[in-house]
Design a protein around this ligand. Structure first.
Ligand code: DAH
Length: 377
């Protein structure tokens, strides 16, 4: 190792000249002052205090100086570096304070502002009511089944024992999408918008092959009616089908009573009146006790009931024991199995359950109608 060079004059070492050190310090201070963001300050910090900064390089020269010169140069450089790091810390604190103040303003939340003014939507009462009805049956072990709305004429009519010349097949009742209609068609099947949810009965039986079959089928159906206060060309039905060994009309009646009690209250009941449907035998029209007057308007002129016309009963829909011809058409042995079915319109039921007077309110999508039903899910 070489001994210190006693004749070495620090003034001659360019980097250690006092004015050079001052210049380095002033440049650093100017760079910090000019940095207007924390990122820019970080760059200036690396340039003026890092390992290859002018002051760090000058510091490295000190070691080679003679003792006296070493002390002087060391003091000078040390003071300059001290001033630089002090200025850096001060600028750092300044910029951080500015950032914090800015963040406070930019990210401020005015808790006095009115909250979300867009009203939350509500599910349509038809949807929620249909789900509610389906739930009553799901709770009894039924499965929810679905079928297409654009349906084969065969499923909509033939499989359900509608004769080829049945009036329901005519254009004035049914939207035909394609193809032939009944008697004029020479046995060919067209395509219709389903006029009821009953074709799902045939689909379920054919899909499952072997009973027991317990299904509930809510869905949209179509008929060529004009939209008015009591009709709409697109409406909803819910269909029920049970096929098993030993089912009787008593099972049907018990199931209907349970349904109206679950939907309208424990004291509700139903009654059956003879009727005709091609796909049930025997068939019946089902009524339930009037939801509004509970039968008290009957023979009581002081308390007339608009909902049931003071009849005491409201007609709900059709039902019956599945016609053996339908079971046979769907590959089920009518000797072994029997079944019951029923179907009814959801709009009608919703109308008297909630005193809706005009069917159009249910299809027009005006939120003033749906909102009072709330967000029931
Ligand atoms: N599909 C019939 C209609 O739309 C209603 C109906 C009647 C359904 C009797 C049934 C039933 O399941 O058994 O008018």
């Amino acid at each position: 190792m070489s001994a210190p060079n006693k004749s070495y004059d620090p003034v001659e070492v360019e980097a250690l000249k006092p004015e050079e050190i001052e210049r380095m310090r002033d440049e650093a201070l100017a760079a910090f002052a000019a940095a207007d963001t924390l990122d820019a300050l970080q760059e200036a910090k690396v340039a003026h205090t890092g390992g290859t900064s002018p002051l760090a390089l000058a510091n490295r020269e000190i070691g080679a100086l003679p003792p006296q010169a070493k002390a002087e140069a060391g003091k000078r450089v040390g003071m300059a570096r001290g001033a630089v790091s002090k200025a850096l810390a001060a600028r750092q604190a300044e910029l951080e304070a500015e950032r914090d103040a800015r963040v406070l303003v930019e990210e401020a939340v005015d808790v006095t502002l009115p909250h979300d003014r867009t009203p939350a939507g509500a599910r349509h009462p038809l949807t929620t009511f249909m789900e509610r009805v389906a739930d009553v049956f799901v709770a009894m072990g039924y499965e929810v089944a679905e079928g297409p709305e654009v349906e084969a004429e065969w499923f909509n009519f033939d499989a359900l024992n509608f004769t080829p010349d049945h009036p329901a097949r005519q254009m004035q009742d049914t939207f035909f999408v394609q193809g032939p209609q009944g008697a004029d068609a020479g046995g060919e099947s067209g395509v219709v918008l389903r006029t009821h949810t009953s074709p799902v009965q045939a689909r379920a039986l054919l899909e499952r092959r072997e009973p027991p079959v317990y299904i509930v089928c809510p869905g949209r159906v179509y008929r060529t009616d004009e939209l008015d206060a009591t009709h709409t060309p697109v409406f909803h039905q819910i269909e029920l089908l049970a096929v098993d060994e030993g089912l009787t009309m008593a099972d049907l009646k018990g199931t209907l009573d349970h349904m109206v009690q679950a939907l309208f209250g424990a004291d509700m009941k139903t009654r059956l009146r003879p009727n005709y449907f091609p796909f049930t035998e025997p068939s019946a029209e089902m009524d339930m006790v009037c939801y509004v007057c509970r039968g008290e308007s009957v023979g009581n002129p002081d308390r007339p009931c608009r909902t049931c016309g003071s009849e005491g009963w409201i007609e709900l829909g059709g039902c019956g024991m599945v016609n053996p011809k339908v079971l046979t058409a769907c590959g089920v042995d009518p000797q072994k199995y029997s079944g019951f079915a029923f179907g009814f319109g959801i709009e009608r039921m919703l109308m008297f359950r909630h005193n809706v007077e005009d069917m159009r309110d249910m299809v027009e999508g005006d939120v003033r109608f749906t909102r009072p039903f709330g967000m029931e899910i």
